[in-house]
Design a protein around this ligand. Structure first.
Ligand code: ARG
Length: 459
């Protein structure tokens, strides 16, 4: 049991208490950020004359050695230390002796952990952003390839009106684009450096907090020391943004599971992204999509959990806040994993375009357009709605699509129908007539794709 704070105590910590309290098993994840923060801290201490240049050099060299030894596997982060901060400091003192004992001058673990978590989160936000971008690129590519892939658009999971695959995927493009904007926004708001807040009330040393903030790539120092050590808002924001990413991935997964079902057969998930059954030889299951949908619950859970943890904590630091780490780490790893796998799955998925188009045809998705045809020939809309309703009933009875009716059949229901009805209700016409901003028509979609491309070029 290696602790930084033995001085005031006369008894050893109970082993169970030690284990309950320790965080090294999970905060070892940010050893790199801890060392990065310490290097900036001593650089500032030396600039301010609080440490000598020589002490600074020795400390930095020692810290860099620790980092490379951890990375090469020569040095293992073991659980005999209470947390990653103790591990690094104890190792430094072992290596360089006296100067190592000065590392923690003008610093508390409270501002140290606040810094480490921010640095870690900021790095991970960049990674999340990169993964979202990759997904957007795959979506845009698929959109470009499927401007004329007709499929039913649904409401209530009932076939409604024809759209294109490009249009359907374009809806997700917008969702994931907003997810990226949320990440960017969180990064901007959280990018202030808490180091120098001390335990809660700043320090008596003449620290240059602006300098440390600059060294670590922050936009400036945080402005209230009590807030600095007890703010976890940015983690709650990130958990919320990741919950939204997962919600989007989960909806999309649900659709892919439906599309991949024996009844729909709109898509074939690649063998590399499917699994089989131990008993039923014919099975090829969409497990990845199901797992993405399932793991969404973990990320929502982390959000609720941290909100609940934070709600009763008086200012300033309290140990409750140590609970932020496992939740956030797990949620980040889950979201990143799901994004990467989901992107791979849709990149390799086959779209059965014929089945999609047939499904649109046989679901009366062009019924609205048949009514519009009558309106264009002088029939009031309400009457047209009734006439087409009768047509649909007739087709259901005869088990055919609207397009499969003969002109005579059309005419027995309304004499207004002429030969041009076929063109008016073809999938192509139904989609291509819809060209207002955001609609599925090719011209409108081409504009949406150009806007998507311009966005990806800028961001
Ligand atoms: N492991 C602690 C955490 O994650 C580090 C801060 C400890 N500070 C303290 N006063 N005990 O919150």
């Amino acid at each position: 049991m290696a602790q930084l704070w033995g001085g005031r105590f006369t008894k050893e910590t109970d082993r169970l208490v030690y284990n309950f309290n320790a965080s090294i098993s999970f905060d070892k994840k940010f050893y790199e950020q801890d060392i990065r923060g310490s290097i900036a801290h001593v650089t500032m201490l030396a600039k301010q004359g609080i440490l000598t240049e020589e002490e600074k050099e020795k400390i930095i060299a020692g810290l860099k050695d620790i980092q490379s030894d951890v990375e090469s596997g020569k040095l293992e982060i073991t659980e005999e230390y209470e947390d990653i901060h103790s591990f690094v400091e104890a190792n430094l003192i072992d290596r360089i002796g006296e100067p190592g004992k000065k590392l923690h001058t003008g610093r508390s673990r409270n501002d140290q952990v606040a810094l480490d978590m921010r640095l870690y989160t900021r790095d991970e936000i960049e990674e999340l952003d990169r993964l979202l971008r990759e997904l957007l690129e795959v979506l845009l590519k698929l959109m470009k390839e499927n401007l004329e892939t007709y499929m039913p658009g649904f409401t209530h999971l009932q076939k409604a009106q024809p759209v294109t695959l490009a249009h359907h995927l374009g809806a997700y493009f917008e969702m994931f684009k907003r997810d990226r904007l949320r990440m960017k926004d969180i990064r901007r708001r959280m990018n202030y450096c808490p180091l120098g807040a001390g335990a809660l009330a700043g320090t008596t040393y003449p620290l240059d907090r602006e300098y440390t903030a600059e060294l670590l790539g922050f936009d400036g120092p945080t402005l209230n020391s009590m807030d600095s050590v007890s703010d976890r808002d940015y983690l709650i924001e990130l958990l919320s943004a990741m919950s939204t990413v997962m919600m989007h991935l989960s909806r999309f997964s649900e659709e892919i599971i439906i599309w991949n079902s024996n009844e729909y057969q709109f898509v074939d998930i690649d063998d590399a992204y499917s699994t089989g059954s131990s008993i039923m030889p014919q099975k090829k299951n969409p497990d990845i999509a199901e797992l993405v949908r399932g793991k969404t619950g973990r990320v929502y859970g982390a959000l609720m959990s941290l909100l609940t943890t934070m709600k009763g904590i008086p200012l300033a630091y309290n140990k409750d806040m140590q609970e932020d780490k496992e939740l956030v780490f797990d949620a980040i790893d889950t979201t990143k994993g799901c994004l990467a796998l989901f992107t791979g799955m849709i990149r390799t998925m086959k779209f059965n375009k014929k089945n999609m188009e047939n499904s649109a045809k046989h679901g009366f998705t062009n019924a609205t357009d048949a009514a519009d045809y009558l309106v264009n020939h002088g029939v009031p809309f309400r009457d047209a709605h009734g006439i087409v309703g009768k047509l649909v009933l007739y087709c259901i009875d005869k088990n055919k699509a609207l397009d499969d009716m003969s002109l005579e059949e059309f005419k027995t229901i309304s004499p207004v129908f002429e030969e041009d009805i076929y063109d008016a209700i073809s999938m192509k016409t139904c989609v291509e007539m819809r060209n207002t901003i955001g609609a599925p028509g090719k011209a409108a979609m081409e504009k949406a794709i150009a806007a998507g491309e311009a966005y990806l070029q800028e961001e």
